[in-house]
Design a protein around this ligand. Structure first.
Ligand SMILES: [Zn+2]
Length: 237
C-alpha cells in the first residue's frame, strides 16, 4: 500500500495500523488482567499464605505471556510465509508472462472504475516504474517492504499480557491478607473499565457496552475461581 503514497506521510493506513496495534495491546493486557486475577483469587480462596498466591500468580503470568507470544509467533509466521510465497509466485509470473501480467493489472484498474484506456495507461506507467511493486499492491494488497515480523508480534503480545498480569499480582500481594481478595476485585474491575473504554475508543464503538461486558466477564471470572478455590480448599485441605 505504501508504494502508492508518499513515503513518511502520516496517511490513513499507518494510522489504522497503529490503532490496530494499540487495540491488540489493550486486548492482550485484558487477557493478563483477567487470567492472572482468576488464578490468584482462586488460590486466595484456599489459603491465606502469601507464598502459594505469589507462586501461582508469577507462574500464571510467565506461562500466559509465553503462550500468548507463541500463539502470535506461529500465526504471524504462517501469515508471512503465505505472503512470501504469493510474492515469489508473482515475481516468477512477471518474469515469464509480462504481457499477461500487464493485461491483468489493466483489468484490476478497470474493475476499480477506470476506463480501459486510462487503466491501460496506469498499468503501463506503473509497470515501467516497478512492475513487482504495482502487482504486490493492486493484486495481492501486500507491501513487500512491510511484512509483519513474528518476533515483534510475539514480543508485543507477551509484554501486553505481562503488564496486565502485574496489576492483579500487585493488588493481591500488597494489602494485608484479609483485604487481599476485596482489593484485587476492586482493582481488576476498575482496570477493566479503563481498558474497555480505551479499546472501545480505539475501535470507535460505544464505550458503555464494551465496559459492561468486560467488567461483567472479569467479575464472573473472579467470583467463579474464588468459589472454586474455596470448594477445592475445603475438600483437599
Ligand atoms: Zn500479477
Amino acid at each position: 500500500m505504501a508504494s502508492v503514497t508518499h513515503p513518511g506521510e502520516p496517511h490513513t493506513d499507518d494510522l489504522s495500523g497503529l490503532l490496530n496495534r494499540l487495540r491488540a495491546g489493550v486486548l492482550g493486557a485484558n487477557d493478563g488482567i483477567v487470567s492472572t486475577a482468576g488464578l490468584v483469587v482462586g488460590v486466595a480462596g484456599t489459603t491465606l499464605a502469601t507464598g502459594p498466591i505469589a507462586t501461582a500468580g508469577v507462574a500464571g503470568m510467565v506461562a500466559g505471556a509465553v503462550s500468548m507470544a507463541l500463539g502470535e509467533y506461529v500465526s504471524v509466521s504462517s501469515q508471512r510465509d503465505t505472503e512470501r510465497a504469493l510474492l515469489a509466485t508473482e515475481r516468477t509470473e512477471l518474469a515469464d508472462f509480462p504481457d499477461q501480467e500487464l493485461d491483468e493489472l489493466t483489468a484490476l484498474y478497470v474493475a476499480k472504475g477506470l476506463t480501459p484506456a486510462t487503466a491501460r495507461r496506469v498499468a503501463e506507467e506503473l509497470t515501467a516504474k516497478d512492475a513487482f511493486a504495482a502487482h504486490a499492491d493492486a493484486e495481492l494488497h501486500i507491501d513487500p517492504e512491510a511484512l509483519a515480523s513474528p518476533w515483534q508480534a510475539a514480543g508485543a503480545s507477551a509484554a501486553a499480557f505481562t503488564l496486565g498480569s502485574l496489576l492483579p499480582l500487585t493488588a493481591i500481594l500488597l494489602p494485608p491478607p484479609h483485604l487481599r481478595v476485596a482489593v484485587t476485585f476492586a482493582v481488576v474491575v476498575l482496570a477493566l473499565a479503563v481498558t474497555g473504554a480505551v479499546s472501545a475508543r480505539l475501535g470507535r464503538s460505544p464505550a458503555g457496552r464494551a465496559v459492561a461486558r468486560l467488567v461483567g466477564g472479569g467479575a464472573v471470572a473472579m467470583a467463579v475461581t474464588f468459589g472454586l478455590g474455596r470448594l477445592v480448599g475445603a475438600a483437599v485441605g
